[in-house]
Design a protein around this ligand. Structure first.
Ligand SMILES: NC(=O)c1ccc[n+]([C@@H]2O[C@H](COP(=O)([O-])OP(=O)(O)OC[C@H]3O[C@@H](n4cnc5c(N)ncnc54)[C@H](O)[C@@H]3O)[C@@H](O)[C@H]2O)c1
Ligand SMILES: [Zn+2]
Length: 365
């Protein structure tokens, strides 16, 4: 624990072979941003990248805190939503930064959800061949997932996240107060990634989630902390996604991505599609990894507790999910690399899953 202006904050030190940074989890952290950044970064000028929903809510406070600590921030606001995660938008941001006189001594702050995490990180990775990146995630999903791990990027016409770079942040500020304005559906979708973390790595958290209440703010801080720890531990083992350790974080995502794509990225939010993908991955795990069926039922019950979908609507174009899976090109001889869970709290990558197993699981959804 560390405290500045008497607010208690948990500091997580994230270490790996080529990365070292802190994630601070607490409340009232935005007001302390300037002081906290000054302790870590020598630059004076910075770009704050935000979106049209988040900027009006928090950018004023972020700017004030930075200015009173002696920084010169330039706010760049882009339209909210996935459509902004493009190379064109990244290029427009870079041009605004050049016009504002930002250089290799400057740094970038990403203030927003996962879209902003990804595009601001990408801009930080390419601007003057790489400048420091500070993440201020404002969705639960961004706090527990996209702000940790250094994967940055943008979409192309043909698919999501096809262009990008691995660029680790210098500092992550998780101020749970910002979640108060997050719409309920957006808040809940973050729990799909939280429940995924519980299934692959933390049986105790799974149990605690079964009686978790959003009304307890400390509960939320602890939850974010626990999830940042889980994700950063997995990432530290496999920073560049080469050894297969990081693949465990894809639990529920093979079918989840297929569902997102089949729904034209309109029907389901990412976390909702992942929720359905988790249910499918549990069905496959019963068949291929010996997951006890009652544990699948417990997973479904927990997802539903956070208003996440466990069944596809009857008229959903299921065939399209297969087309999307094939687009992923991960099949070799009718088999696919797939993450399964033998029991809640553990997961492994296997090559034993057949295309037909996935077909059956989707039919049952
Ligand atoms: N890099 C990674 O490792 C990684 C991991 C998971 C997801 N992602 C990416 O994250 C993105 C999805 O993230 P997301 O769901 O956070 O999307 P998002 O950034 O679009 O945020 C969701 C919506 O909530 C609004 N919003 C954000 N914070 C708010 C707040 N505090 N109050 C009110 N409104 C707020 C946003 O303006 C947006 O409309 C996808 O692009 C996905 O590819 C990346
Ligand atoms: Zn995800």
């Amino acid at each position: 624990m560390d405290s500045l202006h008497s607010v208690s904050v948990a500091r997580l030190e994230i270490h790996g072979a080529t990365l070292r940074y802190s994630a601070l989890v607490g409340s009232g952290l935005i007001e302390q941003l300037g002081d906290r950044v000054r302790r870590r970064l020598p630059g004076k000028t910075c770009g704050i990248i935000s979106d049209t929903n988040v900027g009006p809510l928090f950018a004023g406070r972020v700017k004030r805190s930075l200015t009173s600590a002696g920084f010169k921030p330039t706010l760049i606001t882009i339209p909210a939503g996935e459509k902004s995660k493009t190379l064109k938008q990244a290029s427009a941001i870079c041009e605004r930064m050049i016009a504002a006189g930002l250089d290799r001594q400057s740094f970038v702050i990403g203030l927003g959800g996962g879209v902003i995490s990804d595009i601001s990180g990408f801009v930080a990775a390419i601007y003057y061949r790489g400048i420091p990146h500070v993440q201020i995630p404002t969705t639960l999903l961004a706090m527990v997932d996209s702000s940790i791990g250094g994967k940055t990027g943008v979409n192309t016409r043909d698919g999501k996240n096809l262009l990008g770079a691995v660029h680790q942040p210098s500092l992550v500020i998780d101020d749970v107060d910002v979640l108060k304005t997050l719409p309920c559906r957006e808040f809940n979708q973050g729990f799909a990634e939280v429940i995924k973390h519980a299934i692959i790595a933390d049986a105790k958290m799974f149990e605690q989630l079964q009686s978790w209440k959003a009304s307890n703010p400390l509960g939320l801080q602890q939850l974010v902390r626990r999830n940042v720890k889980i994700k950063s531990k997995v990432v530290a083992k496999d920073e560049r996604d080469r050894t297969g350790d990081r693949a465990l974080l894809n639990f529920g995502h093979t079918v989840g991505h297929g569902i997102e794509r089949a729904g034209g990225y309109q029907k389901f939010l990412h976390g909702e599609a992942v929720s359905l993908g988790i249910v499918a991955a549990c069905a496959i795990s019963i068949k291929r990894a010996g997951l006890p069926p009652w544990q699948r039922d417990a997973v479904v019950g927990l997802l539903q507790r956070f208003d996440l979908p466990a069944r596809l609507p009857p008229n959903f174009p299921r065939e399209k999910i297969f087309d999307a899976l094939k687009f992923d090109k991960k099949f070799e001889g009718g088999k696919i690399r797939f993450v399964v869970t033998p029991r809640i709290g553990a997961a492994y990558l296997t090559r034993d899953v057949m295309l037909n197993d996935i077909r059956e699981a989707i039919d049952e959804l």
